[in-house]
Design a protein around this ligand. Structure first.
Ligand code: 8X3
Length: 249
């Protein structure tokens, strides 16, 4: 059996692109909340590799553990963990933000990542090998106006990545954080709660990264020689220099 890659948030955006590119070389465990999408992706990628899907809410640690338990034993030997699931909810001044948005971002982007990692890391330790890629963001490197809690959640991902690197240094596990700037996905639509006009402005007059652009970088990271770990990488579209410096031609 091929080595196994476990991908969270696999039903769209960067997660879907990473699933496609890793299907070339790995058996896949694809995780998501949306059952129909998971089924469609499984149908598509099963033509290339072996695929299992786990449908659960990333905030629900118990349901994660239960669905992982249901996997056949040989499928539990995860080699690559792509901690991709995460989103922004709302974009408001700090005193005007909604508690429900804050809860969603902290629960999904931070706690969800921790729950999956706590499940998979002991397996990697047992087999003395593994690669963990955490999807951070430029929002985890600089705070921009109205980014507040989303930025905090991505700063947390950055700190957790560094924490993993330090704590797992003795266990032959590579840990990397991938930090994209503007990537055209459902990200903006989710952040603005379905408001297409606002979402379109995010990608207006700039050619953003595509999810495939990010997936190709992740593929490159995974395929470095055994002695090489790319610990941290930031990826911008050509016309972006920082969270706020964007050349909209
Ligand atoms: C997504 C990038 O700049 O919209 O994480 O926060 S940004």
């Amino acid at each position: 059996m091929k080595k196994i890659a476990f991908i969270t948030g696999a039903t769209s955006g960067i997660g879907y692109s990473v699933s496609k590119i890793l299907a070339k070389d790995y058996a896949l465990i694809l995780c998501g909340r949306r059952e129909l999408r998971l089924k469609n992706i499984k149908d598509e990628l099963s033509k290339i590799t072996e695929v299992y899907t786990l449908c659960y809410d990333i905030r629900d640690n118990e349901s994660l553990n239960k669905s992982f338990e249901s996997l056949p034993t040989e499928w539990k030997k995860v080699y690559i963990l792509i901690n991709n699931a995460g989103n922004a909810h709302g974009m408001d001044l700090i005193h005007e933000g909604r508690i429900s948005d804050w809860d969603a971002m902290i629960d999904i982007n931070v706690k969800g990542l921790l729950y999956v990692s706590k499940l998979i890391i002991p397996i990697m330790i047992k087999f003395n090998r593994g690669i963990i890629i955490n999807l951070g963001s430029i929002a985890g490197k600089e705070v921009y106006p109205k980014g507040n809690v989303y930025c905090a959640s991505k700063y947390a991902v950055d700190a957790i990545t560094k924490g993993m690197q330090v704590d797992l240094n003795n266990y032959n596990i590579k840990v990397c954080s991938v930090n994209p700037g503007l990537v055209e996905t459902e990200f903006a639509l989710v952040r603005f709660k379905g408001d297409k006009e606002k979402a379109n402005l995010v990608y207006d007059k700039i050619k953003p990264l595509t999810p495939d652009d990010v997936a190709e970088v992740i593929y490159f990271i995974i395929n470095r020689p055994d002695n090489v770990n790319i610990s941290d990488i930031t990826i911008f579209p050509k016309n972006q220099a920082s969270s706020t410096v964007i050349n909209r031609e």
